[in-house]
Design a binder for this molecule. Structure first.
Ligand SMILES: Cc1ncc(COP(=O)(O)O)c(C=O)c1O
Length: 409
């Protein structure tokens, strides 16, 4: 009754952790929601105002997306990346997740995933019946693959097509990829295209994010949207930018779009124009100031003889490794951690990391972003007192985690 590919998929342990957290909360336990990654801020007011203004928009829109929105996205991206993208290169979808899924359906070839990778890449590849090659990355390489590691996979069979996923700033590691130029040389040399998942790119704390599209634009699909920087995950609006060279992919993607979601909700698309046409740099800078301060607080408090961790460089996440020999898997460790301390983390095994490694993802978004934002501006120093006041769960959860790591080594 159920197809093999679908049968292979298990319920995500994000859901399991959420269920377990809810159960413990009902029992009266204080839970620190460091498992789920969602922006803690409100959407910029000028953009929600546009949604109200456009609530009457009731027509189906073109399957590739509203022309004015695609123009605004192309203009915004061309300026950022110093490359000429046109409205025809843009396709709007109900979140980038759906567009990635359709890309997996149409793509004929193998998928290269760095471990760690976002949870949905592999299940989508399986549903698209594409073979997955994992590359185990290392902390000393910032948790990104080296060019050599990628080339080693490709040279096993140079005739195949490959789709390489690069997600920077990264979910779950919080790191920014620094060897894009070297990776791009490999991409240019073989039958490889890149899905550059840039959903966290505006949330790069030191503004040092670069896109691989700057080095191999003709072989890169850029994937991004409103979910993270604009705090609008629930609006479900994302886009791909597909260069002229990959036009065949764009045409097929539009066909699949028309046969599945038809077009993204009209009011959302009209409202999104202002997200790309107006200047939101002040809002983004404040978000980055807050996220950077909180990320660095968690980092400097966790890093110890018992915990190996890199300083977060962008996005919402930090990925500690606990030097702990008491557990047989990272999910067993996370379960114990939740029961003992109330801190919910996601096991590294969810992201393609070997389950024997006691690695977990911590999302440092368990605070009210709106009230925090009202207190600070983009350059104000955010000290311990401010974090204690506006992000008390971060302080208490980190403290519990640190104590647990010390006692459980
Ligand atoms: C790395 C990464 N890529 C893509 C997405 C999906 O974003 P969207 O809301 O555009 O579907 C997420 C959301 O959690 C993510 O973390």
């Amino acid at each position: 009754m159920i197809k093999d590919e679908v049968n292979k998929l298990k319920p995500s342990s994000t859901l399991l952790i959420n269920e377990e957290s809810k159960k413990l909360e009902k029992e009266g336990k204080r839970i620190f929601k460091f498992g789920f990654g969602q922006s803690p801020f409100d959407i910029p007011k000028s953009i929600t105002a546009e949604l109200k203004n456009n609530s009457h928009q009731n027509k189906y829109l073109p399957m590739q997306g509203l022309l004015e929105l695609r123009k605004a996205v192309a203009k915004y991206t061309s300026k950022k990346k110093n490359y000429k993208y046109k409205d025809e290169n843009v396709i709007i979808g109900p979140g980038t997740k759906e567009l990635m899924f359709l890309l997996n359906i149409l793509f004929e070839g193998d998928i290269i995933l760095p471990a760690p990778s976002w949870v949905s890449y592999e299940p989508q590849a399986i549903l698209g019946r594409n073979k997955v090659h994992w590359i185990n990355t290392k902390i000393e390489n910032n948790w990104f693959p080296t060019a050599d590691e990628i080339e080693k996979i490709i040279t096993q069979n140079k005739e195949k097509n490959y789709l390489l996923f690069i997600n920077s700033p990264n979910n779950p590691s919080g790191q920014i990829c620094k060897n894009l130029k070297e990776i791009a040389l490999i991409v240019k040399k073989y039958k490889v295209i890149v899905l550059s998942d840039e959903i966290y790119s505006e949330l790069s704390f030191n503004k040092d994010f670069k896109s691989i599209s700057e080095f191999c634009p003709e072989k890169t699909i850029i994937s991004t949207g409103l979910s993270k920087w604009c705090a609008a995950g629930g609006w479900r609006l994302g886009h791909f930018i597909i260069p002229d060279n990959l036009n065949e992919i764009k045409i097929k993607l539009s066909v699949l779009a028309s046969e599945t979601f038809s077009s993204v909700s009209s009011p959302i698309q009209y409202a999104a124009i202002s997200a790309y046409e107006k200047d939101h740099s002040n809002y983004i800078n404040i978000c980055n100031n807050i996220l950077k301060s909180i990320g660095e607080y968690v980092y400097s408090n966790l890093k110890s003889n018992n915990v190996i961790v890199n300083k977060p460089e962008g996005g919402f996440y930090i990925m500690p490794e606990f030097l702990n020999k008491n557990f047989t898997s990272s999910s067993e460790m996370c379960k114990n951690l939740l029961e003992k301390t109330g801190v919910a983390l996601l096991p590294g095994s969810n992201f393609g990391i070997s389950k024997n490694k006691m690695i977990a993802r911590l999302s440092f978004t368990d605070f009210n972003g709106e009230s925090f934002m009202q207190q600070v501006n983009k350059s104000k120093d955010i000290d311990f007192n401010i974090i204690s006041k506006y992000a008390p769960n971060i302080i208490e959860g980190t403290k519990r985690l640190k104590e647990w790591a010390e006692s459980a080594k």
